[in-house]
Write a protein that binds this ligand. Structure first.
Ligand code: ADP
Ligand code: MG
Length: 293
């Protein structure tokens, strides 16, 4: 492509809210064979809502949520924000936290009113030697099969309940993913969330391939693996966790409504949250390079 056609292409893309950081990305985007999509905030709206509260025997909902709120109010994770908003909406007060620890990819550990509180994955509670019954695990499974993210709660080493949140897919995700697939591009969803929830969400979005339970530092390694198999890979994400994978990919695309860290690491910023911008960007590259008319 001539410098003039690249400049014209970049200008046209910008009108569609697709910001290429350099002309070389407009030239290379047409080579993409695989698109890896982050789940939360990329395929989904990224606005989870508290939907379910299940209490262990001897626990009331408000006692449980008081502990959960105390633990989650210091976390900046979208799940934590959803849980805290849901607790506030029920008119409950938040207890001050005495100690707080974020355990990336697993959950949180905090203390409040002299009690130790854990909220997070099965792995988190297992690592902390908290016993969880088979029935509780089945309740988790059922919530996850509906595409919800379910989190276990323990207080002073005893299982105390489950909280679950739902994050619906964007209205345009299914159509946008169908477009990529029709262009001959393989679409994979990647997430730290569990396999069941991930599969349910992927199915709603028309995605057949899922990489679930990937720890925050593991996303870049998964992108690298795909590249090592000979593929040209684009990564699309919005979170701080996605930044290393965005930098590793042949083309990193950040969602403009996401974090600054993701946008700094990416080669292209998609100002519209709509995933149709991915296909638009690749089509514009194909056109600029003269591969389609
Ligand atoms: P994602 O890629 O979906 O943003 P993360 O890697 O951040 O996922 O988290 C993976 C899992 O760890 C979550 O699905 C949740 O079960 C658990 N988790 C993470 N942060 C929290 C939190 N603040 N409270 C409870 N659970 C959490
Ligand atoms: Mg995300």
């Amino acid at each position: 492509a001539t410098p003039t056609s690249v400049m014209a292409g970049s200008g046209r893309a910008a009108e569609y809210g697709i910001l290429f950081k350099g002309g070389e990305h407009l030239e290379s985007a047409q080579q993409i064979q695989t698109v890896v999509l982050d789940k939360t905030g990329t395929v989904t709206q990224g606005k989870p809502v508290l939907t379910d509260v299940i209490t262990a025997p001897n626990w009331t909902e408000s006692d449980l949520l008081e502990r959960v709120g105390a633990a989650e109010q210091s976390s900046e994770h979208p799940l934590a924000e959803a849980i805290v908003a849901g607790i506030r909406a029920k008119g409950l007060e938040l207890t001050p936290t005495e100690k707080f620890e974020n355990i990336p990819g697993y959950g949180v550990r905090a203390s409040a009113k002299g009690q130790e509180i854990l909220v997070g994955t099965r792995r988190l509670l297992a690592d902390e030697q908290v016993n969880v019954s088979q029935e509780t695990i089945q309740q988790m499974n059922r919530l996850e099969e509906q595409g919800r993210t379910a989190m276990l709660v323990a207080v002073d080493g005893q299982w105390a309940g489950i909280v679950a949140v739902a994050d619906t897919i964007k209205d345009t995700s299914r159509e946008a993913i169908g477009r990529l697939q029709a262009m001959g591009i393989d679409v994979i969803m990647i997430t730290g969330d569990n396999e069941r929830t991930a599969r349910a969400v992927a199915e709603q979005a028309g995605i057949g391939k899922v990489l679930a339970e990937v720890l925050p530092e593991g996303k870049a390694a998964e992108v690298k693996k795909l590249q090592e198999s000979g593929l040209k890979v684009a990564m699309v994400g919005d979170g701080i966790n996605d930044a290393p994978a965005l930098a590793t990919a042949d083309i990193g695309m950040a969602i403009g409504t996401g974090t600054d860290v993701a946008m700094e690491a990416a080669d292209i910023t998609l100002m519209r949250g709509d995933l149709n911008s991915i296909a638009d960007a690749i089509e514009m590259s194909r056109r600029t390079m003269g591969n389609i008319k």
